[in-house]
Design a protein around this ligand. Sequence first.
Ligand SMILES: C[S@@+](CC[C@H](N)C(=O)[O-])C[C@H]1O[C@@H](n2cnc3c(N)ncnc32)[C@H](O)[C@@H]1O
Length: 350
Amino acid sequence: MKNVVIISGLGGVGKTYLTNKILKSDLNNLFHIELRGTTQEDYRQVIEEVGSQDTLLLLEMHPPFDKLKDDMIDVNLIHIGISKDFETYKSELSQEKIKYLNDWFEKHNSKNFLNDIIEYNKSRFDYSNQMPRNSVIVSSINSGISKINQFCEKIRKKELFKFVHKNYNIMLYHSPDFDGIGYKGTSPSDEKFKALKLNELIPEGNNNTCLDVGCNIGYISYLLSHYFKSVDGIDNVEENIKCAKWLKQKFFRDKEIIFNQRDFMDCTLRYDYVFALAVLHHIAKKHKFEDVIKKLSDLTRIAAVVEINEIPRWTFVFKKYFKEIKVIGNSYLPVSKKIVKNRWIIHCIK
Ligand SMILES: C[S@@+](CC[C@H](N)C(=O)[O-])C[C@H]1O[C@@H](n2cnc3c(N)ncnc32)[C@H](O)[C@@H]1O
């Protein structure tokens, strides 16, 4: 389905200001955003011609729009009518716009441009009461932005649940949130990520690369991307990588993350940081534990972050291949989502 936001309101109310905020917002992670100016006469044609399901089409409507046709059932659509927002607009008006308005009012024998705009608009905003049912009247630009964000979250949530239902017979492992679009998987992903205490390990504003081993559907890779220049996520299960790629396209299209189906033991590229969360004890079922840890060390330049279940002699083996091992704490089990005593998070320094 195409996704359309119609923004209308009288002149001077801040339509362009609102659309500019949306164009520069984090919604770029979710959609390719396109802006078109339209009128009541041609907006349906523009919707037909422009966009795809991955586009968010912003239609700045002029003159104000009060009769939305109800028959556009094949489009995710919201109509935001801005009533007025002088507080934000006034405080953030650009110098060019103030000059333009001052000049205009001077030419038209008027002194105080802001009061005049308010006066002008007040007398004309009654039209908003005539807006149809599926439109939202907002009285501030910020609430317009928040309505558009909620609209986008709803679209993405709908798509995520549809995708999972179609592609997985079991629940997802991760619990992706993406700023509000919640999906409760079997692992407490956000809590677990916080427990890694990365601020103690990774310098801010670095240019480092990172590998996420057993990335599953890529939600932890997404969280890691806030810390690194680039992230490579690998998983040996095709279905997981398919989902990771789908989530990237839908939720974080602008991030430097590459997902590949690959077995950890076949990896050869080196990274500044390597993350192996809840995965090494699985790999050690098929390979000698020491070979697995040696591989981890070979791929790591600065440090590895590991979440691991108890394995005989695990500290001895890690110490053989890393200069320093810091046990950060116990970690969560999936499903029960409880912290247990025989599962650890460790920082392994080269
Ligand atoms: C328990 S999940 C952990 C997911 C994620 N690392 C986390 O902590 O949230 C283990 C993941 O490792 C993947 N995996 C298991 N063996 C692997 C291997 N040899 N190479 C790459 N991935 C592997 C599984 O497919 C699964 O997605």
